[in-house]
Ligand binder design. Structure first.
Ligand code: HMG
Ligand code: MG
Length: 299
């Protein structure tokens, strides 16, 4: 039944790699995405089209998008903050983008160099241009339960921005716990507010695992009816504008849990683990997914 289906949005090639100090060769990024494309994932966030001086790791985004094998039925969104990014998306024949707002003013300023209101005005221009080109738009909100600079964030602030992004035309709103401070307590309060303004089936959760709460938060959101979760294979990642924040929840661990409960993801876990091992080897560090470590010897 539909209720037993969960959509996973793999953000490893973007959120997972954006904060890596050493440049990951374009070839490696392309191979990584091509491997992810063979796992059954339906959405793979592939890069971001942002200022390359601020996020040099993503400077080869256009090249990556031109070189990957786009599997039929798989979407490859890229982050786009402004009309310049949208122009690049058109150049690279991108069909899906994600705009990214924040629920905290300070984080908005540090991350995208403008106030929340100013960002929403810019995003409206981006969405208008995207509509002309038939490009679908996902919306992110960062700092949905806590901000590295301002501390606690109110559920009302999150629902206010979620409603605006949704009305702007975002097909899905991904609620980001950028610094992983949330618990099932703060998440359920926040979700209760957001559910009042946008349909439940349009809500995605984007958990970072800094405090080890991500799987618990995802489980509790499942109980609250959320069926879309972002993850990053091997638990890669971090945000250059949120010091100390670790990677996203490891997609392998999320998929292992979901399959264990009886949810369908369409993902072949062994293939996902191989893709995570591939990128971990290239980064020269152990796989950050506990399920991957446990299962690798049995593959
Ligand atoms: P700005 O400085 O206000 O923009 O930056 P600007 O228009 O004044 O441009 C400054 C320079 O950037 C110019 O180049 C532009 O051409 C260039 P210069 O004249 O100095 O040589 N530029 C661009 N180049 C390529 N593509 C573009 C682009 N735009 C400007 N699209 C801007 C505003 C938003 C662009 C900037 O602050 C930026 O790029 N920030 C990076 C934001 C970012 O990537 N953050 C990490 C991702 S968000 C995240 O991780 C959170 C998330 O995972 C959810 C969660 O965990 O909560 C999504
Ligand atoms: Mg993130």
């Amino acid at each position: 039944t539909g209720l037993k289906k969960v959509k996973i949005v793999e953000v490893g090639p973007r959120d997972g790699l954006q904060n890596e100090k050493n440049f990951v060769q374009t070839d490696v990024k392309v191979n990584f995405i091509n491997k992810l494309s063979k796992t059954g994932l339906k959405v793979i966030e592939a890069s971001s089209f942002v200022n390359p001086k601020l996020v040099p790791q993503m400077a080869d985004g256009i090249e990556v998008m031109k070189r990957i094998n786009r599997e039929p039925g798989v979407d490859y969104p890229v982050l786009v903050p402004n009309p310049k990014g949208l122009q690049n998306a058109v150049t690279a024949d991108v069909k899906d983008i994600a705009i990214f707002a924040a629920a905290s003013e300070t984080f908005s300023n540090k991350n995208i160099n403008c106030t929340i209101n100013e960002s929403l005005r810019r995003f409206q221009d981006v969405v208008d241009m995207a509509n002309i080109h038939g490009i679908a738009v996902r919306g992110y909100i960062s700092c949905v339960v806590g901000c590295p600079y301002e501390g606690d964030v109110s559920p009302e602030k999150v629902s206010e921005i979620a409603e605006k992004l949704y009305k702007m035309g975002c097909y899905e709103i991904s609620l980001g716990d950028t610094i992983g401070v949330g618990t099932p307590g703060s998440f359920s309060k926040m979700l209760r507010a957001v559910k009042q303004v946008i349909p439940l089936e349009r809500i995605a959760l984007h958990c970072h695992d800094t405090y080890g709460q991500a799987l618990a938060n995802i489980y509790s959101a499942l109980e609250d009816g959320v069926r879309i979760f972002d993850g990053s294979v091997a638990g890669l990642g971090g945000c250059p504008f949120a010091k100390g924040a670790t990677g996203n929840v490891a997609t392998e661990d999320v998929v292992y849990m979901l399959h264990g409960i009886g949810y369908e993801t369409g993902i072949q876990l062994p293939e996902l683990i191989k893709a995570g091992n591939y990128i971990s080897q290239h980064l020269g560090r152990p796989n950050g997914s506990k399920a991957a470590i446990a299962m690798t010897s049995k593959l």
